[in-house]
Design a protein around this ligand. Structure first.
Ligand code: ATP
Ligand code: MG
Length: 217
């Protein structure tokens, strides 16, 4: 599903944020990307979404080498991924259900199927009763559950989460982890970047540990 083959990423010449990183993630795996602040976790995820390109080496996602992709194909690639961020990134001028529905509309889902799917994912994250609220009227944990519902609504094969519990207390963090694990149990490949030790221990996934941009053995 994801291949990194001797990948180096330098934002500035001679200062690698990632250095000679090689790994595979198989379809259906749950993988943690761990390491201290500045170790390169976000950079690794941004290489997968092709927000940045490798300075050296190859990144292959779903059989496609990202270094060679044109702009249009990058859009298509991203649409097959669900992405969750630390700061939720819901659209404040749209209701909770609209935030989820907009993604499906962009993908061309017809209105009937869209409504059905929005109702289903909001029920899954336990927020049916908040469907018509504005995102900013929700707690942080609730906003993140909406963001997860939105990311998973199109049933992406790959879910990327960058410190999704960074702004949440331990109980809320466990709820988010449970949702990610449920998605994984249904077949989604999950890549979760975090430095939250409690979460790492609880998740039990395979670990890619970065130190100063290098993969620790
Ligand atoms: N856009 C950028 N321009 C220049 N340098 C950057 C950029 N983004 C990240 N870096 C540098 O790359 C290195 C890795 O950063 P990255 O954000 O990947 O780390 P991280 O492991 O996600 O850290 P954190 O846990 O704080 O989120 C750091 O030294 C950082 O300063
Ligand atoms: Mg980061």
């Amino acid at each position: 599903m994801i291949v990194f083959d001797h990948v180096t990423k330098c934002y500035r010449p001679g200062e690698p944020a990632l250095a000679d990183v090689t790994f595979h993630v198989e379809r259906g795996e749950f993988v943690l990307v761990t390491g201290p602040s500045g170790a390169g976790k976000t950079t690794l995820l941004r290489l997968v979404t092709r927000e940045v390109t490798a300075t050296e080496g190859r990144v292959v996602v779903d059989g496609v080498e990202l270094g060679r992709l044109g702009r249009g194909r990058v859009q298509a690639l991203r649409r097959r991924m669900g992405i969750v961020f630390q700061d939720f990134r819901l659209l404040p001028r749209y209701t909770v259900e609209e935030n989820v529905a907009l993604v499906l509309r962009a993908l061309g889902w017809p209105p009937g199927r869209r409504r059905e799917r929005v109702a289903r994912v909001l029920e899954w994250v336990g927020l049916t009763h908040k469907a018509e609220e504005w995102p900013l009227a929700l707690s942080g944990g609730e906003q993140q559950r909406v963001a997860i519902a939105r990311a998973l609504a199109p049933e992406p094969r790959l879910l990327l989460a960058d410190e999704p519990t960074g702004n949440l207390d331990p109980d809320r963090s466990r709820e988010i982890l449970d949702l990610l694990r449920q998605a994984h149990a249904r077949g989604t490949t999950v890549l979760l970047a975090t430095h939250d030790e409690a979460l790492i221990e609880a998740s039990g996934g395979r670990r890619l540990h970065l130190v100063d941009g290098r993969l620790a053995p």
